[in-house]
Ligand binder design. Structure first.
Ligand code: NAP
Length: 503
């Protein structure tokens, strides 16, 4: 590897090499995403010595405030992170010194020339993070170009939602593509920055054990789920325009499906991985008006209980009746030789009984049992590989094992647990820490390419069209339950059940 390679080298202690000083401009630097995710992630990278003094972080919003007022706001936001780390409070001041604030209304050209002048001149990587609504993406891209703020070292990061359908996503991608090269555009899906998700690639391609079995011959089905206990609360207006299919399935769940189902890429290069994922998206069996009723279930929560307290229904939270789904379950199929006949069940929703995201790969049963499977005997359960993304990241392999003791040969389904926190110790880095570092290093492996986004929408749009044509309201479910009963029926019709932690 040459010295100029963009790929970082982990040191023996597991830390990554320092990033050269860079400029990061956060458009929307006072928003929820910036304060709750981006700045804590940057602070942790600073604590670990990956971000070095001399880097600059500029926050942009329309409010009038001084640099010091902004730093005070960020200090509050980082108080917990700083308190958890023995070095935290000592270095917090030095980290805050990297920050500055600029008042700028992105939609109004008046403030741009002065802002451009402030940034001019530095010979370094410059990242523009668009932590603002998607309606501003095109405007910002255009202003950056007009004011000469884009050069080959410039990168732009865009958050979801990247449009609300294929057409609007194309419009955003066109606007970005007019001024940025595709290699400069980082479409973030923070699920891809999670350790477990990267570990999926490590497990599949770093071990001889799994890949030979990773096919229809040995895998019965795959479940991918993302369950939330929260309702829509303060985000109701945004969520009502989106719904679970667009908010979760189009990006996070489909990306996970791609990583499970993709062919071995030729290398870990961004394009090899993204080519492999794209082929999966293109192989998905279309869901249209002809089959949507059999293959999909949409639901909306009613009043119920969550985390031990009574909670209102979606319509009450929104303050109006709505046809937006807060729950989706669907059965996808990847039509290729590897996966023919293997269902991928996807499920996501709000106000479900627990917060958990996981991928469950269920292997086929042994072809013949030599054990007594009768009453009181050992019923053989299939092996399962469970990759947990949240709340605690880790991997569990469910195996049949002998129950210890001198009696008869009795077997039990037991988990072989690899909790990351226990196995590797220390704190688990947040996905944004990894992803922000990758942007500065210029590694696009964990970011979506334009054609992937397009292919995802091409599969999602007909599902929405089928639902609209059916004129059916989402099925109600009580907050605190696992969605409408139709979601249970969707999988039980096939003689399978949704995975529960008991194995
Ligand atoms: P937010 O809390 O509403 O923050 C929006 C930020 O943008 C504020 O700093 C706001 O400050 C600024 N802003 C809005 N209009 C502006 C303008 N015309 N000029 C300059 N600044 C402007 O929203 P958010 O939750 O942080 O989300 C930001 C983006 O990330 C959205 O696209 C969202 O969908 C996406 N996202 C958020 C999360 C999350 O966890 N929050 C997760 C995934 C994706 P002023 O109003 O003071 O200008």
């Amino acid at each position: 590897m040459s010295a100029s390679s963009p790929v970082s080298r982990p040191t023996p202690a597991g830390h990554v090499a320092p990033l050269p000083p860079f400029d990061l401009v956060i458009f929307g630097g006072t928003g929820d995403l910036a304060l709750r995710k981006l700045l804590p992630a940057l602070f942790h990278r600073y604590l670990d010595g990956q971000i070095v003094d001399g880097s600059r972080i500029v926050a942009i919003a329309r409010d009038a405030r001084t640099d010091d007022e902004y730093r005070t706001r960020v200090r509050e936001a980082l108080a917990k992170a700083a308190a958890e780390d023995p070095r935290g409070t000592d270095v917090l001041d030095r980290f805050l010194a990297l920050l500055s604030y600029r008042r700028l209304d992105l939609g109004d050209d008046a403030g741009w020339p002065a802002f451009a002048e402030e940034l001019a001149g530095a010979e370094r990587v410059r990242v523009f993070y668009l932590a603002v609504g998607p309606d501003l993406f095109a405007v910002v891209a255009d202003r950056l170009h007009v004011h000469g703020l884009i050069d080959p070292r410039t990168r732009v990061v865009v958050e979801k939602p990247l449009g609300h359908d294929g057409q609007s996503a194309n419009a955003i991608n066109d606007a970005l593509g007019r001024v940025f090269d595709e290699t400069q555009i980082y479409r973030i899906d923070h699920y891809l920055g999670k350790e477990t998700v990267q570990n999926l690639t490590a497990l599949r391609f770093g071990n001889a054990l799994f890949e030979p079995l990773w096919k229809a011959e040995h895998i019965d089905h795959v479940q991918i789920s993302a369950a939330e206990t929260v309702g829509v609360e303060g985000r109701a207006a945004y969520y009502d325009r989106s719904g679970a299919l667009r908010d979760m399935v189009q990006n996070h769940l489909l990306q996970l499906l791609c990583l499970v189902a993709m062919e071995p890429p030729a290398s870990l290069s961004a394009d090899d991985i993204r080519d492999a994922k794209l082929k999966v998206l293109r192989a998905l069996r279309p869901i249209t008006a002809d089959n949507a009723a059999q293959l999909t279930v949409r639901g909306q929560y009613r009043a119920g209980a969550a985390e031990g307290r009574a909670v209102p229904g979606y319509a009450e939270e929104l303050g109006a009746a709505s046809d937006t789904e807060t729950f989706v379950a669907l059965k996808a199929e990847v039509r290729n030789w590897r996966w023919a006949g293997v269902p991928f069940y996807l499920r996501t929703g709000k106000r479900l009984p627990e917060r958990s995201s996981e991928i469950v790969v269920t292997f086929r049963k042994v072809p013949h049992s030599i054990f007594d499977e009768g009453e009181g005997g050992s019923r053989l359960a299939p092996n399962k590989l469970v990759l947990r993304l949240q709340p605690d990241e880790g991997v569990t392999l469910w195996l049949m094992n002998k129950v210890p003791g001198p009696g008869g040969l009795r077997l039990r389904h037991v988990p072989m647990d690899l909790s990351f926190a226990e196995a590797f110790g220390g704190r688990q880095a947040d996905a944004y820490e990894r992803l922000l570092g990758d942007v500065v290093r210029g590694n696009q492996m964990l970011f979506m390419r334009r054609d992937e986004v397009e292919a995802a929408w091409q599969w999602i749009d007909p599902i929405r069209a089928a639902w609209q044509a059916a004129h059916e309201a989402p099925k109600p479910y009580t907050a605190g339950t696992w969605g409408p009963s139709a979601a249970v029926a969707l999988i039980e019709r096939d003689g399978r059940t949704w995975h529960e932690d008991a194995g």
